[in-house]
Design a protein around this ligand. Structure first.
Ligand code: ADP
Length: 229
C-alpha cells in the first residue's frame, strides 16, 4: 500500500468556501512526490491535514493504509517530520536546536545528523542575538543555514515520512540550489513529500502533482510537465 494516500480529499476552513476540492494522490514508500502550485492553491492546508490540525471534510488520508482519523496527533508527529518554510531557532547552541525534543540524543548522533546536513562546522555555535552575562554574541546564520538546522533535526528524529515545505522560503538562488542538494541527499530512500512553488525546484521528484485552486490540475514527471508549459 502507499505510504501516504489522499483519497478525494475535501476541506474547507469556512462553510462558504471550499479550499480542497477532491484531491487524490499517493506517495509510494521510499519515493519522493512534490506538490507544486501557486500561492493560495492549498499546499499548506495539505500538510496541516496530515498532522490533523484539522480533519478532512470529505474523503480520507491514509498512512500505510490506516485512516489518520484513527491515529492520534502525537503519533502523527512522531511518524512525520517536517522542515518548515522558516526555521525559528531557540536561544541556545545549534546542537541543542538539533536535538530539541530528543533529550536522549547522543552527541555522536547529533554530529552525524549535522554532518549530513552540512552544518557540522558549527554545532557548538550559538545563534545570532544570543546574549550571555558577559555580552557575548552569537553567530549569524543565513536562511539556508537555519534550514539546514531543521534538516539535521529531522535527520536525528528519523521519521517514517519527511515533509519539506520549501514553498515560500526566502532563500537566494544559490542557497536554494544548495538546500535542494541537501534535500536530495537526505530524502533518498525515504518517503518524502516536497511542497514547492515552482516546477524548476523539484527536478528529482518521482512524481509532481500540480495543485491549482484546490484541485490536482496536472501530474507527471518534471520533463513531461515542463514540455506542457
Ligand atoms: P498555499 O500553501 O498553496 O499557498 P494555503 O493552503 O495556505 O495555500 O491556502 C489555501 C487557501 O486557504 C487560501 O485561499 C487561504 O487564504 C485559505 N486559508 C489558509 N488558511 C486559512 C485559515 N486558517 N482560515 C481560513 N482560510 C485559510
Amino acid at each position: 500500500d502507499a505510504a501516504i494516500r489522499f483519497e478525494d480529499v475535501h476541506f474547507s476552513y469556512n462553510p462558504d468556501r471550499n479550499i480542497l476540492k477532491g484531491v487524490s494522490f499517493e506517495v509510494p514508500a521510499g519515493k519522493t512526490v512534490a506538490v507544486v502550485g501557486p500561492s493560495g492553491a492549498g499546499k499548506s492546508t495539505l500538510t496541516r491535514l496530515m498532522f490533523r490540525f484539522y480533519d478532512v471534510s470529505g474523503g480520507r488520508i491514509t498512512i500505510d493504509g490506516q485512516d489518520i482519523r484513527d491515529v492520534t496527533q502525537n503519533s502523527l508527529r512522531q511518524e512525520i517530520g517536517i522542515v518548515p518554510q522558516d526555521t525559528v531557532l531557540f536561544n541556545d547552541t545549534i546542537a541543542y536546536n538539533i536535538s530539541y525534543g530528543r533529550p536522549g540524543a547522543e552527541h555522536d548522533e547529533i554530529e552525524k545528523a549535522a554532518k549530513l546536513a552540512s552544518i557540522d562546522g558549527f554545532v557548538r555555535a550559538l545563534p545570532d542575538g544570543f546574549k550571555t552575562m558577559v555580552g557575548e554574541r552569537g553567530l549569524k546564520l543565513s536562511g539556508g543555514e537555519k534550514q539546514r538546522v531543521s534538516i539535521a533535526r529531522m535527520l536525528l528524529k528519523r521519521p517514517k515520512i519527511m515533509i519539506f515545505d520549501e514553498a515560500t522560503s526566502a532563500l537566494d538562488t544559490r542557497t536554494e540550489k544548495d538546500i535542494q542538494q541537501a534535500l536530495r541527499d537526505v530524502s533518498r530512500g525515504h518517503t518524502t513529500l516536497v511542497i514547492a512553488h515552482r516546477l524548476s525546484t523539484v527536478i528529482d521528484a518521482d512524481e509532481i502533482i500540480v495543485l491549482r485552486d484546490g484541485q490536482v490540475a496536472e501530474r507527471g514527471r518534471h520533463q513531461e510537465l515542463l514540455a506542457q508549459e
